[in-house]
Write a protein that binds this ligand. Structure first.
Ligand code: ADP
Length: 607
C-alpha cells in the first residue's frame, strides 16, 4: 500500500472509536442496509416469472403449478406477479424509511460529538496557539470540515451494502450465465484504475480549495469583528473587495474540482454504458441463435444493470472520500495539536489559595520574538497591592499573563502560595485569579447572565450585591429592562464605563484571592474613572492585586511598585523609595507631574 493509502486507513481507523457509543444504532443501520440490498436482489424475480411462465411457454416449477392450479394458471400467475412486485416495493420502501431515520439520527449524533470535540479542543489550546491562527479558519474547520467524520462513517454501510450486493449479484449472474457475466465484469478493472487515478490527482486540488474557502470565511469573520474600525475609516468597499476576491478564488477552485468530478462521473457512466451495450449485443446474439430464452436474457440483463448500480456507488463513494479525507486530516491535525499549557500529571488542587505570588528569575518570549521578559524576580504577599508601571511595550501585560498561565515561562518559575503554577490544576489556578481588562468584553446575553459568568450558581441577591459593590446597580436599574437588558455583541449598547463596572461586578462574584487589573480605567473619562476606582478599591480589599496603571496618581497608594522597561524589571520598591532612587520611576513621575501642571495651567487660562 502507498504511504497515502496507509495514511487514509489510519484516518478511517481513528474515526471508528466515535461510533462506540452508538454501536447498537450502527449495527441496525448495517442490518437494514443489507436487508434492503437483499430485497433489491428479489425485485426482478416476479418479472421473470411473468415473462417465462405467464406470457412465455416455459413449464412452471411444480410448486407453483400445484399452488395456482392448471385452470387459469397464466392469468393467476400474472396477478400474483403483479402483487408480488408491489409487495417487494412496499417492503423495500418501508425498510428505506426506517433505515433513513436511524441513519440520520446516527449521523447527526456523530456530527455533534465530533464537532463538540473539535470546539472543546480549540478552546483548550493556549492563547499562544490562537495568537498564531486565524479564528475564521478554525470556525470553518469546526463547522464545515468537521462534518467529514460523520459523512465518512455513514458511507461505510453504503459501501458494505454495495459490496455485498455486488458479490451477491455476481454470484447469481455467474450461475445463471457465466459467459454473459464475464462480459459484464469487463468494466470493473477500468473503473478501478479510473478511481485510483482520480483519487491521486484530486487530493491536493481539494485541499487547496478547502483552504481558499476557509480563507473567504476568515475575511467575513475578521471584518465583522473589526466593523467599528472599518466604518470609522470608511473602508467598507475595501473589505468588500477583499471578500469578493477571496470568494472568487475559492469559487474558481471549487469549479475546477466540480468540473473534474463531473468528468469523472462521465467516464464512470460511459464505462457502465459500454458494458451494458456489449452485454446486450452478446446476449442478443445468443438469443437469436436460440441459446438463451428471452426471459433468461431479460433477467440476466436486468441483473447486469443492477450490478452496475453498486459498482457506481462504490466508485462515487470512494472518490467522495477524497474530500472527506482532506477534511478529516485537517480536523485530526487540530486534535493532535497538544495544548502547550498542559495539566500537570498530578495537579495540586486546594479549596482556595492565600494569594502569595512570586516570580523567580522568569524569562519569557512570544513565538518569533526574543526576550519579551528577562530575569523577572519579585514577591507579592497575600493581600498586597502591587502596581506595575513602565512605557508601553515594556512587558507589563505579558508579566501578569503568566500568573493564570495564559502563557508559560520559558525559564524560571511563577509560584502561587509557594507552588509552581505548572504544578497546580489549571482550572483551580484560574479560579484563584480575576482579571479586569482594559477593554471590557461582555457576551451578547442579558446583564444578569454576564454577571453570573463570574459564578454560575450565584443567587439573585448575590448578583445585586456585586452590582452595588461595583457601583453598577444604579445604572442597571435605570435601564428599561434592568438586569434583563440584552446586550449587543461584545457588550455594545452600553458605554465603556458601564461595561467596565459590569466586569468589576463579575470579578466581585468570582471572589478570587488574586486580582489583576490591566489598566481598567485607561479607556474611560476621568469623571467615570472615579466611580470605577471607588469600586475597584472595594474589590481590591483583602486580595493580592496586580495593577497595571499609566497614571502614577493611582499607583502611589500601592504597597509595592514594579518598574518595567524593555522586558526587564528595572526598579522595585515603594513610591517613596523609588522617588529617592532617582531612576526611571522618578523620570516618569516628573514627566507626569509636568503634564498635569501644564493641563492645570491651560484650564486656568480658559475664560
Ligand atoms: P505592555 O503591557 O507593557 O504595554 P506587553 O506585555 O503588551 O507590553 O507587550 C510586550 C511586548 O510583547 C511588546 O513588544 C509586544 O509587541 C509583544 N507582544 C505582546 N503580545 C504579543 C503576542 N501575542 N505575540 C507576540 N508578541 C506580543
Amino acid at each position: 500500500m502507498t504511504r497515502r493509502g496507509l495514511a487514509n486507513v489510519t484516518l478511517i481507523r481513528r474515526c471508528l472509536p466515535y461510533l462506540r457509543p452508538y454501536r447498537g444504532s450502527a449495527a441496525l443501520v448495517v442490518a437494514l442496509f443489507l436487508l434492503n440490498g437483499a430485497l433489491v436482489l428479489l425485485a426482478p424475480w416476479p418479472f421473470k416469472f411473468l415473462i417465462d411462465h405467464s406470457l412465455g411457454d416455459r413449464p412452471p416449477p411444480p410448486w407453483l403449478a400445484t399452488w395456482l392450479g392448471d385452470e387459469h394458471f397464466r392469468v393467476r400467475l400474472l396477478y400474483v406477479c403483479a402483487a408480488a412486485e408491489v409487495l417487494v416495493i412496499l417492503l423495500n420502501q418501508v425498510l428505506l424509511v426506517w433505515e433513513k431515520y436511524v441513519s440520520t439520527r446516527l449521523e447527526q449524533r456523530l456530527d455533534r460529538d465530533f464537532r463538540s470535540r473539535l470546539f472543546a479542543h480549540a478552546m483548550e489550546l493556549s492563547l499562544a496557539y490562537h495568537d498564531n491562527h486565524r479564528s475564521g479558519m478554525l470556525i470553518y474547520l469546526i463547522t464545515n470540515q468537521g462534518e467529514a467524520l460523520a459523512q465518512l462513517l455513514m458511507s461505510l454501510p453504503v459501501v458494505v451494502k454495495s459490496v455485498a450486493m455486488l458479490v451477491g449479484m455476481l454470484v447469481v449472474l455467474w450461475t445463471m450465465h457465466w459467459s454473459l457475466a464475464l462480459v459484464s465484469f469487463g468494466v470493473i478493472p477500468g473503473m478501478f484504475f479510473a478511481s485510483r487515478y482520480y483519487a491521486t490527482r484530486m487530493r491536493d486540488r481539494i485541499e487547496r480549495t478547502r483552504e481558499l474557502e476557509g480563507g473567504a470565511l476568515t475575511v467575513i469573520h475578521e471584518s465583522l469583528a473589526m466593523l467599528r474600525v472599518i466604518v470609522a475609516f470608511g473602508r467598507e468597499g475595501l473589505e468588500h473587495r477583499r471578500y469578493v476576491d477571496a470568494a472568487q478564488r475559492a469559487m474558481d477552485a471549487r469549479l475546477g474540482v466540480t468540473v473534474r468530478q463531473t468528468l469523472f462521473s462521465l467516464v464512470v457512466r460511459l464505462s457502465t454504458g459500454i458494458g451494458r451495450a456489449v452485454a446486450w449485443t452478446f446476449g442478443g446474439l445468443l438469443a437469436l441463435a436460440g441459446r438463451i430464452t428471452v426471459g433468461d436474457l431479460t433477467i440476466v440483463l436486468s441483473y447486469i444493470d443492477q450490478v452496475y448500480e453498486p459498482l457506481e456507488t462504490i466508485t462515487y463513494t470512494y472518490t467522495g472520500w477524497q474530500d472527506q479525507l482532506v477534511n478529516l486530516a485537517a480536523s485530526f491535525r487540530l486534535l493532535d495539536t497538544p495544548p502547550d499549557i498542559a495539566e500537570a500529571p498530578q495537579p495540586v488542587v486546594r479549596e482556595r489559595c492565600a494569594g502569595e505570588v512570586e516570580f523567580r528569575d522568569v524569562d519569557f518570549a512570544y513565538a518569533g520574538r526574543a526576550d519579551t521578559l528577562r530575569g523577572i524576580s519579585f514577591r507579592a504577599r497575600p493581600g498586597q497591592v502591587t502596581a506595575i508601571v513602565g512605557p508601553t511595550g515594556a512587558g507589563k501585560t505579558t508579566l501578569v499573563s503568566l500568573i493564570p498561565r495564559f502563557y508559560d515561562a520559558v525559564r524560571g518559575s511563577v509560584l502561587v502560595d509557594g507552588r509552581d503554577v505548572r504544578d497546580l490544576g489549571i482550572e483551580f489556578l484560574r479560579r484563584q485569579v480575576s482579571v479586569v481588562l482594559q477593554d471590557p468584553a461582555l457576551f451578547s446575553k442579558t446583564i444578569r447572565d454576564n454577571l453570573r459568568y463570574g459564578r454560575l450558581d450565584a443567587s439573585e441577591e448575590e448578583i445585586v450585591a456585586a452590582a452595588r459593590a461595583a457601583n453598577a446597580h444604579e445604572f442597571i436599574s435605570r435601564l428599561p429592562q434592568g438586569y434583563d437588558t440584552v446586550l449587543g455583541e461584545r457588550g455594545s449598547r452600553l458605554s465603556g464605563g458601564e461595561r467596565q463596572r459590569i466586569c468589576v461586578a463579575r470579578a466581585f462574584l468570582k471572589d478570587a484571592p488574586i486580582l489583576i487589573l490591566d489598566e481598567p480605567t485607561s479607556a474611560i473619562d476621568s469623571r467615570t474613572e472615579s466611580v470605577i476606582l471607588d469600586a475597584l478599591d472595594r474589590l481590591m480589599e483583602g486580595r493580592t492585586t496586580f495593577m497595571i496603571a499609566h497614571r502614577l496618581s493611582t499607583v502611589r497608594r500601592a504597597d509595592w511598585i514594579l518598574v518595567m522597561d524593555q522586558g526587564r524589571l528595572v526598579e522595585q520598591g515603594t513610591h517613596d523609595q523609588l522617588l529617592a532612587a532617582d531612576g526611571l520611576y522618578r523620570q516618569l513621575n516628573d514627566l507626569q507631574a509636568r503634564q498635569a501642571e501644564r493641563r492645570a495651567a491651560a484650564r486656568a487660562l480658559k475664560p
